[in-house]
Every structure is written in structure tokens, then in C-alpha cells.
Write a protein that binds this ligand. Structure first.
Ligand code: R5P
Length: 306
């Protein structure tokens, strides 16, 4: 089998290769002067199992196009099966139409991936589980929750309240609350645009309690900032812990993560992390991916990683 890395997250691809005691396949990724992607797969992939590691994090379209080009090159060179390992799946939030005149980009991306001959997709914590329905090929949705729960347990007090930033993360918050044997609070959040949200109401009692905010994604940090402010306004203890699966540092997100009320922040490396702050911990998904690859090659179920 062969494992190739796109340009989005070579550190993670190397960590996966190390964990599998192998080297990454050679491939040259460049851009033509006009910006078009140029890919050359420099290994014999004929009749081989191929895994392509590429997070579709910003610049999302560039990374997506590069992945499509790599898959197309492998398919045309007669690879036996192509698995796209997409630790963070960009466009995942575009899963329905808020109004007429809008596309459903998660569906568009699924069609593009299939069109270049990708046989299966392996990803972590997609924004909505129904995303699987956009694909005709298997979408293996692995979870990061056990990794993050393990990392957070020693950093929250017994009376912590698990906070869901919006209705969409309530299931995740309940899952954490169940493990930590505590309660949940949820915010009524409305999104006005890509960088503007509004909190209408906090449901649950956080007064005098420490809080653990759980979210699948931090992009601009706008949601996080609003939630922290709502919790402080409701007189929560200003020692807030945060769990985020995918942490993109767009706009002023890095500044938000330095908020004085944040005591501990834990995230994964599904996208490259450059945060160097004492209260920030990054756990790697590399070993979960290598386990998933090994099981795929052995024809075993991945269900225990879901
Ligand atoms: C929303 O449904 C997600 O769970 C995140 O809360 C949101 O996408 C984060 O985006 P931002 O950091 O830009 O507010």
C-alpha cells in the first residue's frame, strides 16, 4: 500500500507514516505560474491500495483541488483502491440551504471526490452525521471524543457545567456530560454571516460554576468569544475549559484563545496547529488514522473508532 501527503498537513502525514513504520510515497506538488495545480505521483501505484492524506483546511479550494488532482493521477495509473483521508472536511457546514439561491457545498464536494475515482473517505467528526448521505461511497466518520475526553478529565472540576454553543452541539455536550457525570447548558445562537453570530439566550444554570465549552469547530473564534461573554454575564466562574475538534485560526481566533477567562484549551491536529500558549494542548489523531488504515487493509470493521 502507498501513503501520499498533500500539502495541507505534511506533519500529520509523516506522523501517520511513522506510526505505520513506512515512508510517504514520493509525489511532486507544485503550482503553475497561473495558479493551476501540478501533481506528479512518482511511485508505481498500479493495483495498489492508495491512501491520500489531505485536510481541506484553508486555503480550502486549493487543498481540495490538489486532492482531486492526486486522486485522478492515481486512478489513471490504475490504483486498485483510493482512500481519501480528510481529517478536517472543509465545506462541512454547508449541509443544507438556509435560503433559496444557495448551494449545498458539502454535497458538491462529495460528488467531486467520487468523480475522480475515490473509493472511500475517512474523516473525523463531520459537522453533521447526515453528511454520509451526500456520498454513494463509504464515508468513515471517526471520532476524536475519546482522545479529547481523556485530555480534559484532569482539567475540569466536579461541579463543571458542559456548555453547548448552539443546538447543533447539544448531542456532543450531552455525551461529555454523561462521561463527566454532570449537567449541560445550551445557548440559543443565531448566525447572521460567516463572521457574525448573536447569542439570544442561555438555557441552564452556570452561576458560580466552572464551565467546559465543547465545539466541533473554531473558525473565526466569534462563537467562542460570544459564548464566553454570555457565561461571564451569567456569573460563571472565570475559569473556562474548552474542547474543540478542528481549530482553524481564521481572523482573530488566535486572540480569542488568549481570553483571560480561558483556563485550559484542548484541540486536535486535524489541521496544522501553531498555537504556542501554556494553556493550549494539542492531541494527535495520527494513531487513530494509522489504526483505521491497518483495519481497512485487513478488511476489518472501523466501528470501534466511530
Ligand atoms: C457551528 O455550528 C459550529 O459548531 C461552530 O460553533 C462555528 O462554526 C464556529 O465558527 P466561528 O469560530 O467562526 O464562530
Amino acid at each position: 500500500m502507498l501513503l501520499f501527503s498533500g500539502s495541507s498537513h505534511p506533519d500529520l502525514a509523516h506522523a501517520i507514516a511513522n506510526s505505520l513504520a513506512m515512508s510517504l510515497g514520493r509525489c511532486t506538488l507544485q503550482r503553475f505560474p497561473d495558479g493551476e495545480v501540478s501533481v506528479v505521483i512518482e511511485e508505481e501505484v498500479r493495483d495498489q491500495e492508495v491512501f491520500l492524506v489531505q485536510s481541506t483546511c484553508p486555503p480550502v479550494d486549493n487543498h481540495l483541488m490538489e486532492l482531486l488532482a492526486m486522486a485522478d493521477a492515481c486512478r489513471r495509473a490504475a490504483a486498485a483502491r483510493i482512500t481519501a483521508v480528510i481529517p478536517y472536511f472543509g465545506y462541512g457546514r454547508s449541509d443544507h440551504r438556509n435560503s433559496e439561491g444557495r448551494p449545498i457545498m458539502a454535497s458538491v464536494v462529495a460528488k467531486l471526490l467520487e468523480s475522480v475515482g475515490i473509493d472511500r473517505v475517512l474523516t473525523f467528526d463531520p459537522h453533521v452525521p447526515q453528511m454520509e448521505g451526500f456520498f454513494q461511497i463509504p464515508l468513515e466518520s471517526l471520532t476524536t471524543t475519546p482522545l479529547l475526553l481523556k485530555g480534559i478529565s484532569d482539567h475540569v472540576s466536579k461541579d463543571v457545567v458542559v456548555v453547548s454553543p448552539d443546538a447543533g452541539r447539544l448531542g456532543l455536550a450531552l455525551h461529555y456530560a454523561d462521561h463527566l457525570k454532570t449537567e449541560v447548558a445550551v445557548l440559543h445562537k443565531q448566525r447572521h454571516s460567516g463572521n457574525k453570530t448573536q447569542i439570544h439566550r442561555l438555557v441552564g444554570d452556570v452561576k458560580g460554576r466552572s464551565c467546559l465549552i465543547v465545539d466541533d469547530l473554531i473558525s473565526t473564534g466569534g462563537t467562542l468569544k460570544d459564548v464566553i461573554e454570555a457565561l461571564l454575564a451569567a456569573e460563571a466562574v472565570p475559569e473556562i475549559a474548552i474542547v474543540s475538534t478542528h481549530t482553524l485560526l481564521c481572523a482573530a481566533a488566535a486572540d480569542v484563545l488568549q481570553h483571560s477567562a480561558i483556563k485550559y484549551f484542548i484541540t486536535t491536529d486535524t489541521v496544522p496547529q501553531s498555537l504556542d500558549l501554556p494553556h493550549v494542548k494539542v492531541v494527535s489523531v495520527a494513531s487513530r488514522i494509522s489504526t483505521a488504515i491497518e483495519r481497512t487493509l485487513a478488511g476489518q470493521s472501523l466501528e470501534s473508532l466511530y
